[in-house]
Design a protein around this ligand. Structure first.
Ligand SMILES: [Zn+2]
Length: 362
C-alpha cells in the first residue's frame, strides 16, 4: 500500500480495535495508554465513557466498544458526565506530542527505539498511542516526513544522489522506488511538483482533517464524513500530487480560527482558500460564502441569487460537493420549510452548528 494512500484516507472508524478481551482488561485497569483508542458504551445506563473513567466498571456482557465519539453517539449513547468523552478539544497526548517533536528535531527525520528508550519512552506504548491519535503508524509518519524533506531538497535543486544518501538510502533504485511510491513520480521529475500537507484538527464536534498547499486551504472535513476517501483521491488526481502529513502557515491558522469559532469568539473565517471544482461549483461556493452566520437560506433562495431559479437540484449537488466544511458554510442551506436536509458530516452536526451560530452570531 502507498504511504500517501494509507494516510490520512483511513477514517478512524475503520481502524481495527484491539480484541474485546484486551479492551475489557484495559477498562478494568483504567489503563491510560488506551485513552483515545476506544470508548465504551454501557448498555444498562446508555452512557459512553473513556477507558479511564472513574465510574464503577460494568460487567463484560453490558459493554459495547466504539472507536470514535460519533459512533458511540450513533449507537444511541450519551456522554458520561464524569469523564466527559466529548471534550475532544483535549490536547494531543503528551507522549504523542513528544514523538512528533523528536521526529521533527532529528536531522534525518529518523527516531529509533534506542532514541525512544533514551527519552524514557516505552516504544510499544508510544507507537500504539501515536497510531490511535494520528491514524497512521509512527513508522509511516517518519517515512513520509523523510520523503517530504527529500522532496524539498530535490525541488531546490540538490543533486538526487546527495538527497538519497542523506535520507539513508544506499541504493539508487530503493530510493527511487520509495520516493515514487509516495509522490507518484520519480525524484528527477519532482522539481516541478509539489505535495499537499494534511493535518488533523480536534474540535468539539469531532476530529477534522485539513489539507493545504502554498495556494491555500484545499479541504476541511470531519474525518468520519462519508466519501472523504473519494475526495482525497480526487484532490490527488486533480492537482497531480501526493498528500503527506505535515503543516504550514495556512493549516496552523486554520486550527487557530477553528478554536475561535467553536469558542464562539468569532464565527467568521479569514483564510486563503483554494477550492478545487468546476466553474459552476466555484460560483455556488462563492455564493454560500455570503450567507451570514446565524442565518440560513433555502435551495430555491440560492438558485434565485445565482440567477438560475430552475436549477435548485444542481445547486444542491454543488453544495454537497463542497470540501471546505464550515469555512464555506454549506450547512447554512436548509429546505424551504425550514427542515434540515442532508449534510455529509451528519445531520446531528448540522443541527449543532446552526444552534451554535444562532447563539453567538452578532
Ligand atoms: Zn465516564
Amino acid at each position: 500500500m502507498k504511504i500517501a494512500d494509507s494516510f490520512p484516507a483511513v477514517p478512524a472508524s475503520l481502524n481495527s480495535l484491539p480484541s474485546t478481551r484486551t479492551m475489557y482488561r484495559a477498562l478494568v485497569r483504567r489503563d491510560s495508554s488506551y485513552e483515545g483508542v476506544f470508548l465504551t458504551g454501557v448498555k444498562t445506563t446508555g452512557i459512553f465513557c473513556r477507558p479511564t473513567c472513574r465510574a464503577k466498571k460494568p460487567k463484560p456482557e453490558n459493554v459495547e466498544f466504539f472507536p470514535t465519539v460519533s459512533e458511540a453517539l450513533h449507537g444511541g449513547y450519551r456522554p458520561c458526565r464524569l469523564c466527559r468523552p466529548m471534550d475532544s478539544t483535549k490536547p494531543v497526548p503528551a507522549l504523542v506530542e513528544q514523538l512528533r517533536r523528536a521526529a521533527e528535531a532529528a536531522a534525518d527525520g529518523r527516531v529509533t527505539d534506542k532514541d525512544l528508550a533514551a527519552m524514557g519512552v516505552e516504544p510499544s506504548t508510544a507507537r500504539r498511542q501515536f497510531k490511535a491519535y494520528h491514524g497512521l503508524t509512527f513508522h509511516a509518519y517518519q517515512r513520509a516526513r523523510r520523503m517530504g524533506l527529500a522532496l524539498r531538497d530535490v525541488k531546490v535543486g540538490r543533486p538526487v544522489i546527495e538527497v538519497q544518501l542523506a535520507q539513508g538510502y544506499e541504493s539508487t533504485s530503493g530510493f527511487r522506488d520509495a520516493f515514487t511510491r509516495i509522490f507518484g513520480q520519480p525524484p528527477r521529475d519532482a522539481r516541478a511538483g509539489h505535495c499537499l500537507l494534511a493535518q488533523r484538527l480536534e474540535t468539539p464536534l469531532g476530529t477534522m482533517l485539513a489539507v493545504a498547499d502554498d495556494a491555500g486551504l484545499r479541504l476541511l472535513e470531519f474525518a468520519d464524513r462519508r466519501g472523504l476517501e473519494r475526495e482525497l483521491a480526487g484532490l490527488r488526481r486533480r492537482l497531480k500530487c501526493a498528500i503527506v502529513p505535515g503543516s504550514n502557515a495556512t493549516l496552523e491558522e486554520t486550527g487557530r480560527q477553528l478554536a475561535r469559532y467553536f469558542a464562539g469568539e468569532s464565527l467568521a473565517f479569514e483564510l486563503p482558500l483554494a477550492p478545487v471544482g468546476s466553474a459552476f461549483q466555484l460560483r455556488v461556493w462563492a455564493e454560500l460564502g455570503k450567507i451570514a452566520p446565524g442565518t440560513t437560506r433555502s435551495y430555491a433562495g440560492m438558485a434565485a441569487k445565482l440567477g438560475i431559479p430552475k436549477a435548485p437540484r444542481a445547486i444542491g449537488r454543488a453544495n454537497g460537493s463542497n470540501m471546505l466544511a464550515l469555512v464555506i458554510p454549506c450547512h447554512r442551506v436548509i429546505r424551504a420549510d425550514g427542515s434540515l436536509c442532508g449534510y455529509a458530516g451528519g445531520l446531528w452536526r448540522k443541527q449543532r452548528l446552526l444552534e451554535h451560530e444562532q447563539k453567538y452570531a452578532r
